[in-house]
Write a protein of this length. Sequence first.
Length: 273
Amino acid sequence: MRTATGVVRMMTSMVGTAEADEPALQLESREARLRASHSYGLVLALVLGSLVFTGLVPDGAWVQSVLVLLLASLLIVALRSTGVARLRSYPIATLLAFAAVVAVSPLFTGGRTLDGALALIDAALVGTAIAVIVLGAIDQGEVNRQSLRAAICIYLLVGMFFVFIYGTVAALGSGSFFAHGTDGTTAQRFYFSFVTLATLGYGDYTAAGFRLALMHKDLRLAVDAARAARASLPGAERVAELFAGAKGRGLADQDYAAVAAYLASMAPLMPPD
């Protein structure tokens, strides 16, 4: 509770009070955005801090509170850096008030519905930050150090976005999120999101309901795109053949472990070494 209150006070001192003569919910014009600093050093620092906090801190009510405030702070700094909104403006004052109310709620109530709602709010904050940073990078119109920092922020925030989308599905869905029968912790969903984002497969986890048929479809799209670009993906083509064989054995509705069952069924047909 004290941690959340301290962050609220810090954000309040940073933002201040909205100017009385500014129209409600007014954002800055393109001309004003072009005059902005477009400095993403602090934005990147907040992104990295949010990543570390999300990936390492165990789940808990106070963690949900601090995370909302961290992500709101990140969005506020992104709005300011890109020139989309001034610090002393109604958009940021409204965002600050909303984040403070949301951050306090886990300290007084709980439940899966609240967990899902908070995860969805976190996803919305991150998604908005991505859109704001993309807009700022486009406004710059050139590749430089700050636009590269913006690109890094966007990439990392996409991974964060899916962490919270997965959290929403886990909390509000009727079944288990992972195929092994659990929803997992935030840290596990964090790991799953970034391993998937890095195109390293699905690591030690597989989302429940991600059927072999869907994997085969995605893999075929990748192989077809490579062929269209006159590139060769022999490994992917071989895996696609395995997926197709497993589908032919009636395993299309299972997860990727069905490939092991398909290979086991083929073992008697394989010549000995």
